[in-house]
Structure formats: C-alpha cells, structure tokens
Design a protein around this ligand. Structure first.
Ligand code: FAD
Length: 402
C-alpha cells in the first residue's frame, strides 16, 4: 500500500541522523523501509559546513570528528581571558563531509534504505500516510507514498516571533606563516572585534594545529553583511588581534542561523512531521543545533521502533525557551551589553554547568542560579514586558552563501 514506510526529505544533519538511527545504528530485518530524498547538487543543497557540539568521551561519531578540545576560552573586549575546562564534556568538531561519508558507508549496507535524488516541491498529508512530490535529477516527476514523512527542508519563512535576530558569520580555514595557535584551547567568543551598533560581534577560533585554525567572524544582529563586510572584519581580526602578517586562506564557510523566539511546529499533518532546524532543534540563544538534532532523531527512531506515532519531541524545554526569549529581547533592545553579558556568564558559571544548561541538562535550581548570574534588573524588566509583545511575521531566511 505504501511505497515505503518512512520518507525522509533532506539528507543534511537531521535527515542523515534519522536515517542512521532508523537503519544503521541497529541494522537488522526489523528495520523499516526508508526513502532518503535529497536535492540534487545545486542551490537547494547546502555547501559543506562544520558542526561543533559537546559531549563526553566515546561519542558515536568520534571516528569522524576532526578535532577535540578540553579547554575553552572567552575573551572580554579588553583581552581579559576566562579559560576553563568543561570536563567531562569535550568540545568536538565534525565536518559535514566526514559525517556524510561515515553515515553513507553504514547506510550502504542496509537493503531497506533507498536513496533518491530529487528536489521536493510538496509534502502532502493524506488520509492514510503522506505523499512526497518532486522532480528527480533527470527531470522526471517523483511521487512517493509513505506511512510517515519527516521533512527537514529549511523553512523559507520563519514562524512569527517577538525577536528576530540572526547569527551570521563567515569563517576562514587559515594557515599561518608561523606557529601561533594553542591547539588545546578553543576560543568560543573573543570580543576583541568592533561591536556593531545593534547586537554584538565576536571571533571564534578553533585551532587544528599550531599554525592552522578555523577563524570565524560572527554577529548576532538583525541583518547579514555583504561578503566584503565579513572579509574586512576577518582581515582586521587576523592581522590586528592575532598579529599575523602572513597567512593563507585555504577555504571559507559562511552561514546564517535564525535566533528567534518563534515557535516551530513539529507536526505538519497526521503523518507529516518536521525535524532539524525546521522542527525547532536550534537553541535560540546560541544557534547550536547538532546536539539537539541527535536527541530529536533518537526519540523519533525509538517511537518508530515501538510502533507509536513518531511525533518529534520538543528539543528544548519550555523553561529554556523562556530564558532564551528574555535574553534575545534584552540583547535586541540593547538593555544588556552582549560582550559583557557573555564574558560575565562564563566567568561566574562553571563551564560544564553552562554547557549542560545549553543542552537542557540542568535542573531548575541550576537554571535559577544561572539566571542570578545575569544582570537581574534588565532581565526581569524584559521578562515582564515579553507577554505583552505581539509575535510578528519575520523576513524570509536568506540561503547560506558559499
Ligand atoms: C555554516 C553553518 C555552520 C553551522 N555550525 C554549527 C555548529 O557548529 N554547531 C551546531 O550545533 N550547529 C551549527 N549550525 C546550525 C545547524 O546545525 C545546521 O544548519 C544543520 O545543518 C541543520 O541541520 P538540518 O538537517 O536541519 O538542515 P540541513 O543540514 O541544512 O539539511 C537540509 C537538507 O534539506 C535538503 N533540501 C533542501 N531543500 C530541498 C528540497 N526542495 N528537496 C529535497 N531536499 C532539499 C538539503 O539538500 C539538505 O540536505 C551551522 C549552520 C551553518 C549554516
């Protein structure tokens, strides 16, 4: 009756993670039949990217990670450093190409998994199951009828929200003319960058050898920059702050992640669900998504194995989302100074607790104590005003540039 039990639209972080958990994590004849549909190479397919996240030693994707750090640092605008270890957590870097290679290699051994290259136009909820309609790479029309459909296509338009900041960045993989980086330390936020009039900016430095690093310039602000804006900011940081006269840029990556208190519906019909960024997996206050995707797809795969309705669970708790909504609004109104806010938070809260908080792993008492280490007056004023603010339509998300 169905062409496949499960159709997954999009083979990015969420689609691949779900396919992996349904078929490859525990392969066997009981695995459901899965069609994994991804856009052919072209504008709909995102360029290669780097995903960072934290977890303990012995993670399931460790074989594919390209670097790991045990020490993290945040620098205030005056250069003062807050350095600490999030032990037992470690900060890990995974290139999307390595993740894809690892997952595809496992999926290739699973006969129930069928890969389809097609640009999906519509996903329709039917009385029985869902239908995926698209056009294949060869120009033929595709119609697939599945018991359950999981759609991870990035939303073109965001749901209405009260705050609509963007995390936008460009990164250089650079090779320096001399050893300059401490490979043990990842700089999460270095605020020695000129601060924009609205929002905040920082550099993010992930060294992979004494002379090689991914160096990103990031802003949390309402609008993206032109490519020149990022290039100038990176050149200024690398030459004036890192003090590098000679360096080579081997590759660049650029992205935009919405930072909003919009609510992302995870259900699009009786049999159609959204996962990944589209399904609310992004932590609004940080843009981190990868670890949330793992929690979400693990729960979906478990529901499929149990035979229950596999509605993706919310990735972030109501309390986490409420705290993030307050922070985003406080940053957007300029009521708190972003550079000072984040530097003080890292100075006052142990790193392990802060990272656990960002993954939703803290209890309410710990969340309360973290709240007390923020500028309480402006945050309370913002909390009081939020329920009175309307949720407004947001501008369409700009596609990620290369
Ligand atoms: C440059 C960049 C760096 C990031 N770094 C981090 C990080 O370090 N840590 C972190 O936690 N998060 C990070 N994020 C945020 C988030 O983890 C990623 O955006 C992640 O890729 C989201 O996964 P996803 O599956 O929801 O979307 P994607 O990975 O974007 O996957 C969407 C998939 O849908 C497919 N698709 C799109 N349209 C169609 C269509 N019409 N038909 C068929 N298929 C279609 C695409 O080909 C793609 O495979 C980053 C984001 C960007 C842009």
């Amino acid at each position: 009756m169905y062409d496949t039990e499960i159709a997954i639209v999009g083979a990015g972080a969420a689609g691949l993670s779900l396919a992996y958990r349904l078929c490859a994590a525990r392969p066997g004849p009981a695995s459901p039949s899965v069609a994994l549909i991804d856009a052919p190479p072209g504008p709909a397919r995102p360029p290669e990217r780097t995903w960072c996240f934290w977890e303990g030693a012995g993670g399931e994707f460790d074989a594919a990670t390209s670097a790991v750090w045990d020490t993290l640092r945040v620098r205030a605008p005056d250069g003062t450093a807050v350095t600490g270890s999030p032990s037992p957590l470690r900060y890990k870097m995974l290139r999307s190409s390595s993740f894809e290679a690892m997952v595809h290699e496992r999926l290739d051994r699973v006969p129930q998994l069928r890969r389809v290259e097609a640009e999906v136009g519509d996903v329709v909820d039917l009385a029985q199951g869902g239908e995926v309609r698209g056009v294949t790479a060869q120009g033929q029309s595709l119609t697939l009828h599945a018991r359950w459909v999981f759609d991870s296509r990035p939303p073109r338009k965001l749901p209405p929200g009260r705050t609509a900041l963007l995390q936008h960045f460009r990164g250089w993989f650079l090779r320096a003319g001399r050893p300059v980086f401490d490979v043990r330390v990842a700089d999460l936020m270095d605020f020695r960058t000129p601060q924009p009039a609205h929002g905040l900016s920082f550099a993010y430095v992930l060294p992979t050898s004494p002379s090689e690093a991914l160096v990103e310039y990031t802003e949390f602000s309402p609008a993206v920059l032109g490519e020149d804006g990022y290039e100038q900011a990176l050149t200024s940081y690398v030459t004036n702050v890192l003090g590098l006269e000679r360096f080579e840029v081997t590759r660049a990556e650029q992205g935009v992640i919405p930072m909003t208190d919009a609510r992302f519906p995870r259900r699009a019909g009786r049999s159609v669900f959204r996962i990944g960024t589209a399904g609310g997996a992004t932590r609004p206050s940080t843009g981190y998504t990868f670890a949330g995707i793992q929690r979400q797809t693990r729960a979906v795969a478990a529901a499929c194995q149990r035979g229950s309705t596999p509605l993706p669970p919310p990735v972030h708790s109501v309390r986490s989302l409420a705290m993030d909504a307050i922070l985003l609004r406080a940053l957007d109104t300029g009521r708190v100074d972003g550079a000072r806010f984040f530097t003080d938070l890292f100075r006052r809260v142990p790193m392990e607790r802060l990272l656990r908080f960002l993954d939703g792993g803290t209890r309410w008492r710990e969340d309360f104590s973290i709240g007390l280490r923020t500028p309480v007056g402006p945050m309370l004023r913002t909390a009081a005003e939020l329920p009175l603010l309307p949720r407004r339509d947001q501008r369409p998300v700009q596609p990620t540039a290369r």
